[in-house]
Design a binder for this molecule. Sequence first.
Ligand SMILES: NC(=O)c1ccc[n+]([C@@H]2O[C@H](COP(=O)([O-])OP(=O)(O)OC[C@H]3O[C@@H](n4cnc5c(N)ncnc54)[C@H](O)[C@@H]3O)[C@@H](O)[C@H]2O)c1
Ligand SMILES: [Zn+2]
Length: 478
Amino acid sequence: MAPLNALDRHLALVGFMGAGKSTLGPVVADRLGRRFVSLDTVVEERSGMSISELFATRGEPAFRLVEEEVAAEVLAQAEPAVIELGGGAVTSEATRRRLSERAFSVLLDVGVDEAWRRVEGTGRPLASDRELFWALHAERDVYYAEVADGRVRDGDGVVLAAAGVHVQRGAIDLLDSLVPGNGRIELVSDRHVAGIYGVQAQIAIGERLLAAHEVPQGEPAKTGAVLEQLWRDLRGDRSGTIVALGGGTTTDVAGFAAATYLRGVPWVPVPTTLVGQVDAAIGGKTAIDVPAGKNLVGSFHWPARVVVDPGLLETLAERDLRNGLAEVVKTGLLAGEPLWELPVPEQVRRSAAFKASLCLRDPLDRGPRNQLNLGHTFAHALEAAAGFDLPHGQAVALGLLAALRLSGQETRVVEELLAPEPVRVDRDAAWLALTRDKKASGGTPRLVLLDGPGQPRIGVELPVADVRAALDGLIVDV
Ligand SMILES: NC(=O)c1ccc[n+]([C@@H]2O[C@H](COP(=O)([O-])OP(=O)(O)OC[C@H]3O[C@@H](n4cnc5c(N)ncnc54)[C@H](O)[C@@H]3O)[C@@H](O)[C@H]2O)c1
Ligand SMILES: [Zn+2]
C-alpha cells in the first residue's frame, strides 16, 4: 500500500519547474525540524558546475545519470529529511521506485500557466520555449501522478499531506475513497452527531460499512465503561478500520478503542467540531479520563488519515464554536499570527497545519509538541475539579488567561474573543489536580509560557505560590 504519511520517512517534494519547491522546501523542513536537501544542489556540488553548465557541456542524459545516483544516495540515508527533487528527476524509473520505497512524495502543483509565468526568461535549461514547456509539462505530469502520495499548492498543504490530514469541504461524502485500504469499516459517533450526519456517512462508506456504534454525547464518552462497551461491540478483523465521526470526545475514545482493539487497528477520525478539526483529531493522541485526572489513560495511535470537512461545522452550536475558538486562539498565540481573524475554514486549515507540523516533528510529545499545552495545565485542573462537567474550550480560555498573566503578556485577545468566566469549583481540588498533571515533575507544575506572540517557552517551573495564585484567579468560591 502507498505510504500514508511522512512520519518515519523522507518527505519528497516533486513538481515541475516553477512550482516553488526550492522556496517552500527549506520552510517546510524548518517547520518539521528536518534537514533540507536539494538534489540539484548536491548535483552541482558533486560536478563542480551549475546545472545549466552541466546541461551545456555534458548534455541532459549525463545530467540525468548523476541526478539518479544522487537521488539514490540521499533517499538511502536513514534520518528522515525533506528532499527537493528537480522537475525531471521523476523521469527515472529507478528514482520513482526508490521514492515509493523510501519517501512520502508530495506533488507541488501550481498549474502550468503559473509555472511558466514564474520561470519565463530566467534562463533555465528547459524553460526557453513556451510550446516546449507546455509539452514537457504534459509529459512529466504522468510521472508526477504516479509518484505523488499527495497533491498540494502551498506550505500548509505540504505539512497537512505529510501528516495524513485531508482538508476538503464535502469530504464526508468521499469517505469510501478517503479511508485507506479496502477493508470493512466500523463507524463510531455520538447519538447527536449520528442523528445529523450518520446516514450521510454510512451512504458514503457504502458496502465497506460493517457496523455503526454509538457512544454517549460529550465528556461522559471518555470512560473505561464506554471503552469496554466498544471492545465488546467491535467485530471487525485486523484488516478493518474504525472511523470516528464526531467531536473530540468521540475521537478520543474511539481512537483509544482502535489503539487497543486486536492490539491496534487503523482508524480515521472525521472531526465534526472546531475543537476536533483544529486539535483533537490531529496528532494521534487518544485518551479517556479517570478520577485522578483528564486524559490520564490513553495511547499514541497515529490515524491512518484524518478527514477534515469544514462544512460539517455549519450545524455546530454557537457554544461549541466558541469552545473551538479557544484552541484557535491558543494556536494563533503560539504561531504569532492572528488566526482568529480568518474565515472559519481558513482557521481550520491553518491551525490544523500548525498542529500537524509540531506533531510530525515530535510525535511522542517529548519536546516541541509540548507547546500545544499552552493554558492546558490550568484547563485540565479546572476540568477535573469540575468533575469534567466544564466544556474544554471554556477551561482552555481560562487557562490561556492564567498563562498569559504569568507570562506578563497582553490578555486582551483572550478576554475579547473568549470572554472567560471564572468557574465555581473547589480550589483545593483544582490545585491537587494541577500538581498531578501529566506534565508535572514531582508535584511541581511545568508550564508553557509565552515570551511574546510566536515565542513559546516550555517546561517552565515557577514558584508554587505564583502558580497557585494564577489558578485561584480563575475560580470563584463555591
Ligand atoms: N486528543 C487530543 O489531542 C485532544 C486535543 C484537544 C481536545 N481533546 C479532547 O476533546 C474533547 C472536547 O471535544 P469537543 O469540544 O469536540 O466536544 P464533544 O465531542 O463533546 O462535542 C461537543 C458537542 O457538539 C456536538 N456536535 C459535534 N459535532 C457536531 C456538529 N457538527 N453539529 C452539531 N453538533 C455537533 C456533540 O454531540 C457534543 O454535544 C475533550 O475531551 C478534550 O480533552 C483531545
Ligand atoms: Zn485543548
